[in-house]
Design a protein around this ligand. Structure first.
Ligand code: ADP
Ligand code: MG
Length: 723
């Protein structure tokens, strides 16, 4: 067996591991939402009046009547206690991509020393975690640490089961004592409200009478890697940063594309079933699973839901993936680029807007050219991506996503819109002022009578576009696999609210001046195409020609966080968010500070680890090998055998470069006198990162030379192929 003892032990552990016994299969009906306090359960447990009042709040956003809270709290507690919960937690979403929770017991000590379980309406509705250690971008000093959580009734409460018991979880927003949003949920709810208002205004000018609440929907496809926990335990880089800082690409990676959509390995399928069972219990509609492109890479996608619920469910999905992996002796990596040289992971956010009365507002139907309502919403999207493309780039900017965006596997760092042939044609006709029709769906004939004939979609798919129309929604493909979907959803909803408001103003004026609605719409759409069609692109987004063309079209190309994050400080972005009532200038500024700080921390932690692994693991291994080579060469020379010193010379040279580069990285890391956050950002991105990459090159070259039995780190081949 190859490898040094650490690796040999890991491999032995894995190959001798007995698989977890498969979970008995339950029917979907018996699992579905059994751990969720659904409307149905509320209806059953609550007095009629209380239920009606609560339902109104959930469905129409009407203010929550505090009098009903006590009754709801008591009923919810009864249900939770019946499910074995002793604690409840206000769950919130701080500006990290994590989920936070503070647990409190239902326990209430009585005067006679006995205890009962209890939760009052007030504590259900409002909590006060200190939480002053969460990043807040200067909104709160530790001396003004008060923060509140408040129940978001539009996202249902649920039971979180662990091996150690169960807790009742209540989704909440998290705000400071001064009322500023410290989380991702508050602005998401505000962005939905802003979009709803603007969309209703447009729908009204278009002549609709009955208009229900407009919401955005989100279906997020999640990619991830599974690696055996025994390997991860021997890789400090995977443990602390979620990615391999070193590692020579394996001889066979993904060139055969034999993993993509291949048969799912048994152990992985058992893991997936476990994940899905937990998701179903929590009312998360897991729908699709498959192998992804890279070896060891997989995907899970749910059926889409309303943005706010989808976002909470997406956070839960990430938690479930990670926790379930542990129970199967695996670790689930949500990092965007855990392994160099093989594909990274993204999260495709499918996004649309619609309501109960007008349906999906981004559904073109078969003849988009005469679907005025669709054209308005689609035109508004074109305008928003052109006007705020840089913002769209900024909300997916993280240290880890930098490895993926712009590489030849993921959408480029340039934001453009793919419409597909049919729609692109319709919008071009509008621009020319000659709108006559839509290209029709053709029928695909496969030449075998027994096979069904099917209608071909009017547009193909373009996997190289960051923002692609996919039939009845847009798919934002640049989102990182480890990211919360809230940031992108907040940006998209807010940008759309801005475009729709602009559109409504133009239409209202034209209609007031006597222009018929369809004509008014077409002339506004022509303005959109004249001013914003530079963002529409149907070609290969990975190509060098596109980079050149995009520059000529004036589209920003922001390759990394260093360029992308400062966009959050643009005046236009500040105005966009404050006008829509989504983020105040103070809240927005705090977000820049937090995200920049997170980027800097991420790079610095990696740099420290690069130094420590290089010094304490790689250097000793290289020296051990060098010593055995030189010993052998000396012995050979003593007996006059000619032995080639080439490898020894090469290893010695690499060790010398390693020592030099690591020393440079150490010096750069010690620098701390930055007068602005931007300066620090630039230092991390433009000095530390390149030095880390340089170190990596040397270490990977050493891995190709040093004897396998001396090499301390599990290799790519082992991690990606042994399961
Ligand atoms: P693909 O990999 O072909 O893009 P998937 O089936 O893996 O497709 O994922 C598509 C995602 O898009 C699913 O989560 C699906 O529910 C979601 N989706 C479908 N229609 C809409 C819509 N109107 N709004 C938002 N998401 C949608
Ligand atoms: Mg997709």
């Amino acid at each position: 067996m190859p490898g040094n003892s650490t690796r040999v032990h890991a491999i032995q552990d894995i190959t001798r591991r007995t698989l977890r016994p498969p979970t008995p299969l339950h029917s979907l009906e018996s699992l579905w939402a059994s751990d969720v306090y659904t409307l149905d359960k509320m209806k059953e447990h609550l007095p009629k009046e209380v239920f009606k009042s609560l339902k109104k709040t959930i469905e129409t956003g009407a203010p929550l009547d505090i009098k009903v809270a006590d009754v709801v709290a008591a009923a919810m507690k009864e249900w939770a206690v019946g499910k074995g919960a002793l604690f409840y937690a206000h769950v919130f979403y701080p500006l990290t991509n994590a989920t936070a929770e503070k647990h409190d017991g239902f326990i209430s000590v009585q005067g006679d020393g006995t205890v009962i379980t209890e939760i009052g309406g007030k504590v259900l509705v409002q909590g006060e975690p200190d939480g002053s250690s969460f990043p807040n971008g200067g909104i709160r000093g530790t001396s003004h640490a008060r923060g509140y959580t408040a129940w978001d009734v539009t996202s249902p409460a649920y039971i979180m089961e662990t091996n150690n018991g169960a807790s009742l979880c209540i989704p909440t927003v998290f705000v400071s004592w001064t009322g500023e949003a410290l989380d991702k949920k508050t602005p998401l709810l505000r962005s939905i409200a802003a979009m709803n208002k603007a969309a209703k205004r447009v729908l009204t000018v278009l002549g609709n009478k009955d208009i229900a609440q407009v919401n955005s929907s989100c279906g997020a496809e999640q990619e991830y890697f599974l690696i055996d926990a025994a390997f991860a335990a021997a890789r400090p880089d995977l443990l602390l940063t979620g990615r391999t800082l070193f590692g020579k690409p394996p001889a066979k990676a993904q060139q055969f594309d034999d993993h993509y959509f291949g048969a799912i390995p048994e152990r992985v399928q058992m893991f997936m079933q476990d994940v899905e069972e937990r998701m179903y219990k929590l009312g998360i509609p897991a729908k699709t699973r498959h192998n992804e492109v890279a070896p060891g890479q997989f995907e899970i996608a749910p059926f889409f839901e309303a943005a706010n619920v989808a976002s909470d469910h997406q956070q839960l999905t990430m938690t479930i993936l990670k926790n379930t992996a542990k129970r199967h002796g695996l670790i689930c990596l949500l990092h965007e680029k855990p392994f160099a040289g093989v594909n990274g992971s993204g999260k495709h956010v499918n996004w649309s807007v619609g309501n109960a009365t007008q349906g999906n507002l981004l559904d073109p139907g078969d003849t988009p050219h005469d679907n005025i309502q669709f054209l308005v919403f689609c035109g508004a999207v074109i305008r928003m991506v052109h006007k705020y493309g840089a913002l769209l780039r900024a909300v997916v900017a993280t240290a880890s996503n930098d490895h993926r965006l712009g590489a030849n596997e993921a959408p480029p760092a340039i934001m453009s819109v793919y419409l597909g042939t049919q729609l692109e044609d319709v919008f071009k006709q509008i621009q020319k002022g000659t709108l006559t029709g839509s290209k029709v769906k053709s029928v695909m004939n496969l030449g075998v009578d027994s096979l069904p004939q099917f209608a071909k979609d009017p547009g193909d798919r373009n996997r190289t576009s960051p923002f692609a129309f996919t039939g009845n929604r847009f798919e934002f493909r640049a989102v990182g696999s480890g990211q919360s979907v809230s940031g992108p959803l907040i940006a998209m909803n807010t940008m759309l609210s801005d475009s729709l408001t602009w559109f409504a103003e133009k239409l209202e004026a034209a209609v007031a001046a006597g222009t018929p609605v369809p004509q008014a719409v077409l002339s506004v759409l022509k303005v959109i195409m004249d001013e914003h069609s530079a963002v529409v692109f149907g070609g290969n987004g990975y190509s060098a020609e596109w980079h050149k063309m995009a520059e000529e079209r004036g589209l920003p190309n922001l390759p990394s966080c260093v360029e992308a994050l400062p966009v959050l400080k643009d005046k236009a972005v500040e105005e966009l968010f404050s006008k829509a009532g989504v983020l105040t200038p103070v809240e927005l500024a705090s977000r820049f500070d937090v995200y920049a700080e997170q980027y800097i921390h991420a790079i610095e932690v990696e740099a420290k680890l690069v130094i420590s692994i290089a010094k304490t693991q790689v250097y000793p291994a290289a020296m051990t090998y060098l010593s055995s080579l030189t010993d052998t060469l000396a012995k050979a020379a003593a007996v006059k055998i000619e032995a080639s010193p080439e490898t020894a010379t090469k290893v010695a040279g690499l060790v010398k470069s390693l020592t030099g580069t690591v020393a440079k990285l150490g010096e750069a890391l010690a620098k701390h006198d930055f007068s602005t956050t931007e300066q620090h950002l630039v230092h991390a991105g433009k000095t530390l990162r390149p030095l880390m990459d340089e170190t990596r090159k040397i270490v990977d070259a050493l891995e190709a030379e040093v004897a396998d039995e001396d090499w301390p780190l599990p290799t790519y081949t082992e991690m990606l192929f042994i399961k």
